[in-house]
Design a protein around this ligand. Sequence first.
Ligand code: PFF
Length: 459
Amino acid sequence: MDNNNVQRDGFSSRLGILFAAAGSAIGLGNIWKFPYITGVYGGAAFILVYLLCIALIGLPIMLSEFTIGRRAQKNAIGSFKTLKPNSPWFLTGWMGFIAAFSILSFYGVVAGWTVDYIVKAITGAYVGLDADAIGGLFVGLISNPVMTVVYQLIFMILTGLIVYGGIKDGIEKYSKILMPLLLVIIVILDVRAVTLPGASEGINFLFSPDFSALSAEAVLVALGHAFFSLSLGMGTMITYGSYIGKKEDLGSMALQVTIADTVIALLAGLAIFPAVFAFGVEPAAGPGLVFITLPNVFNQMAGGMIWGVLFFLLLAVAALTSAISILEVVVAYFAEELKMPRHKATILATAAISFVGALAGLSYTSVLGNVLIPLPGFGSLVIFDWLDMLSANYLLPLGGLFISIFVGWIMKKEDVIDEVSNSGAIKISWFGAFMILAKVVAPIMIAIVFLNGIGIFKF
Ligand code: PFF
């Protein structure tokens, strides 16, 4: 490898990078959140806005993150220290580190629920129950301290085991198995859903534009989701970028990952809504959509047990390939900046995040349900919601803002050109457009969304 310092682990193939980076992007955000916000905010009209956010802001920031990471060959914090020594820019990396820690803490809890639902689907726990009883089953899970913590731990240990193997023999190896599996499952579910009698109503719900439902809030939600869905603003793609070989074309990789993420989100919507409408079930918002509405749908479908197992397996696989990318941000920092052996770093990071994650999970139970933490602009929140809101509304937008400013204004233009063109080996006719987006469009739009999100001004 052409790394500048001691032998650094890295991805071994182009396909491996694509699977790993797309695996990071494609997660719970695509499979339950995207379909439901699309439904709430006007179907196809919302999708159009979302696509604009992805193209104008998501894509340039993903390329910026890849560029920073591969240029510096370091973790998220070390990258800023390397590229802009003796400056406060490393704080951007720190913000990403804190975001990674916070996000994985609550993400692991939700992923734990999906593991529990694989078991529920296999054992037929919700078979024969009516909608209310299925709702009760879900509430029973999230308010049960032991089950919440145990399932979250199982998921975190799986995540830790993959990261323990390193980049090539852990993250890349498993992404190459899990991502094709995810694709196969989602295509099977899509074919089943759209061929159900009465599926067209669900397809209309998802794709017929309703511009009247499109509010300023919808634009904010679209941009916020673009960040979360593409795993941006928290150093994940900086860290993964640092493992990308110098011969790879960063621009086309960023484009392919962005397209893959968007296509899977659309396929998820197409798997969920036609089935929901075909059986005349009211689509619920939020976690209820997958944990309450869908079991109800599976109950009414022929072969419902199989569809249930496949669906929750899909969710768990999607969550796993995202979780490993978040854990890697923390592990890479421990290993490189704190000079810890990588194995020790992985164990420590997994244990620390599992601990905070357990607190997040317990905050939906009576154990920690009365512990409220204030967050400016959002009142007082239980631990789970506090971590979620802190990262979604503060850390990710600010991270994205600083990352685009860093590549647009702080890094030397020749260095950026050198990195994205592989020292002139690739033609980058799009570079001017990329710079306008990174320098002006992305920072301004993110700033508006950020100020709006925390309630400083409303438009
Ligand atoms: N992109 C993931 C999803 O859509 O579920 C979540 C995520 C992963 C967010 C990695 C942030 C991150 F760094």
